[in-house]
Design a binder for this molecule. Structure first.
Ligand SMILES: [Zn+2]
Length: 255
């Protein structure tokens, strides 16, 4: 499982600090819960302090082996790979439970409300001190009832979390749910995130640092990749290698 603490407003663009939930991360020290509640706007049902669970199903499309953006010039890389995944909304469920809305009793509410099998992406929209938290495919066999992603409702398009209110947190968490690690996971090493066509990063990005290069291995930092920590407006792509990793983990755990 992995989680993305949400940036406190007062820290502005430098605040996109994150940690993996299952391991201590010194970067997380000093992270403060945000102050006060945002206006409950543009989130249907949130005025009821409700929790929503969106269930979507994955459908695999044929992929085209000749469409390999990693062999194209850098500007074309930003188009990203066709991962072949599409999602269809299978249902929206609302629960009027203040504790659940604050992500308390998360194991309980997830087990009680999760819909579908291993191939159903459950998205719980909550109000907590993270941008999002995801389970990995490998978590499913031992704890399938908790499988899915939790996303801060205020990160949805039009939400109140500055620079993270385009809905891209959900995309990022879905990437984890499909088996992807952070693009900077292993630091400046050849293995890095275990995906060959994502340039190694020495550290995660913050903001929109065009041209950043925190690692002397080939390639600039993949600031446009959904699995980095750039602003939501910066995200444009998954790579072919990430797409292949999604497919292999899907076959192993969700297919
Ligand atoms: Zn993440």
């Amino acid at each position: 499982m992995v989680s993305e603490p949400r940036p406190p407003r007062r820290l502005g663009h430098q605040a996109a600090r994150h940690r993996a939930a299952d391991q201590a991360d010194p970067r997380e020290q000093g992270h403060q819960p945000r102050q006060g509640r945002p206006a409950l706007r543009r989130c249907a049902g949130a005025g009821l302090r409700a929790r929503h669970a969106l269930q979507v199903r994955r459908r695999r499309r044929e992929r085209h082996p000749d469409r390999r953006p990693d062999r194209r010039p850098e500007q074309h890389l930003r188009r990203g790979a066709d991962t072949g995944y599409t999602f269809t909304l299978a249902g929206t469920y609302r629960y009027d439970n203040d504790q659940w809305h604050k992500d308390r009793q998360s194991s309980k509410y997830r087990s009680q409300t999760r819909k579908g099998g291993a191939d159903a992406l459950n998205i719980w929209l909550v109000d907590f001190n993270y941008l999002g938290i995801a389970t990995f495919p490998g978590d499913y066999p031992r704890n399938g009832k908790a499988d899915g992603i939790r996303v801060h409702w205020d990160s949805l398009p039009g939400g109140g979390i500055a620079n993270y209110n385009l809905g891209e947190t959900a995309t990022h968490e879905a990437g984890h749910w499909l088996g992807l690690y952070h693009a900077f996971r292993g630091g400046c090493t050849p293995t890095n995130d275990e995906v060959a066509d994502t340039p190694a990063q020495g550290s995660s990005s913050s903001g929109r640092p065009v041209g950043n290069d925190t690692c002397d291995l080939p390639g600039l930092d993949p600031i446009h990749n959904h699995m980095d920590y750039s602003y939501g407006s910066c995200y444009t792509e998954f790579t072919t290698g990430q797409s292949d990793r999604m497919a292999s983990t899907w076959t192993a755990y969700r297919g």
